[in-house]
Design a protein around this ligand. Structure first.
Ligand SMILES: [Zn+2]
Ligand SMILES: [Zn+2]
Length: 307
């Protein structure tokens, strides 16, 4: 059990204590990320790809704005999840609204013009798949089986699933999301974090939150602690000094000697960083820590591993 599990959920307004959980703002989360992708693309070696990711993220924003209000679990189910410290919208078992496939089609339509040739072919193939086949791809994303046949299609499927889960998290709000006994997974959906974010909340600076790779919920974790195995010894930080770096030190890799894993950490006080976009703009850092023998502990769903 971690030191954070006893922390009650405290709304920002009623206390100077930092909130344990921050749910995403559906009106801005993807729009802000799209802007950041475009900023990072300027002068970057992977400029074309980052601009395409901006287009995907903008399409996510549009799909989210037109998504009708989702049916959430019944009050009794939510109360039970809180009582047992279980995520209320578990990635692997929440009966997802088929509306998410409509979001997927909107995203495919929205990005086809901006897509490079290979991606355009992938998108056309995906658009031709029936519901059963698309749901099977969704299961692979939600079980983090991000390899094998059609792996190139998974980021688009994931983008649509992110829209659905982000809508769910935003609709639930912090009052319905309890801290879990396992600090390394999202308290809203049980998925893995994409990165950590160090930010100021109210009067308190330097707070560390893990950012969910699926639903964009953030949850507090003390600093200098491995999010994968809870170790507090043998944690170190690496960053890139040169290359496609706009702000030196704004993105670091937090490595753990105990479990040989790493996850990136982005520092919002250094500039307008985004855990998903800045992660993908610093793939050189992944290569560096990978070569040093560390394995990444949480996925970025917009990336095709090895792709
Ligand atoms: Zn989540
Ligand atoms: Zn560890």
């Amino acid at each position: 059990m971690s030191a954070t599990t006893q922390t009650p959920i405290i709304p920002i307004k009623s206390s100077s204590e930092p909130p344990h959980v921050i749910t995403p703002d559906a009106a801005t989360v993807f729009a802000t990320r799209a802007e950041r992708f475009d900023q990072l693309a300027a002068g970057h070696t992977l400029s074309d790809w980052l601009h395409f990711l901006a287009a995907i993220t903008r399409a996510q924003h549009q799909a989210l704005q037109v998504l009708p209000p989702l049916a959430l679990p019944a009050a009794a189910t939510l109360a039970l999840a809180r009582e047992h410290r279980m995520p209320p919208l578990p990635a692997q078992s929440w009966p997802r609204d088929p509306l998410w496939r409509k979001s997927l089609l909107q995203i495919i339509t929205g990005i086809s013009d901006a897509a490079p040739e290979q991606a355009r072919q992938d998108l056309a193939r995906l658009a031709g798949y029936d519901a059963e086949r698309i749901e099977a791809l969704a299961e692979r994303v939600l079980h983090t089986e991000l390899y094998g046949d059609d792996a190139a299609l998974l980021p688009y499927v994931a983008a649509a699933l992110q829209v659905l889960w982000t809508a769910g998290a935003a609709r639930l709000g912090v009052a319905e999301i309890a801290a879990l006994d396992v600090p390394g997974v999202c308290p809203c959906c049980g998925f893995l974090p994409v990165a950590s974010v160090v930010r100021r909340v109210g009067e308190t600076s330097n707070l560390r939150y893990l950012h969910c790779a699926l639903c964009n919920t953030e949850w507090n974790l003390v600093r200098v602690k491995c999010s994968s195995c809870d170790a507090t010894e043998g944690i170190s930080y690496r960053h890139l000094e040169s290359g496609d770096i706009k702000m030196v030190g704004a993105v670091r890799a937090e490595t753990c000697e105990a479990c040989k894993s790493y996850l990136k950490i982005v520092y919002t006080e250094k500039g307008p960083v985004d855990p998903v976009a800045d992660d993908l703009a610093t793939l050189a850092l992944d290569i560096l820590v990978d070569e040093a023998g560390y394995a990444r502990s949480g996925p970025n769903l917009l990336l095709v591993p090895g792709g």
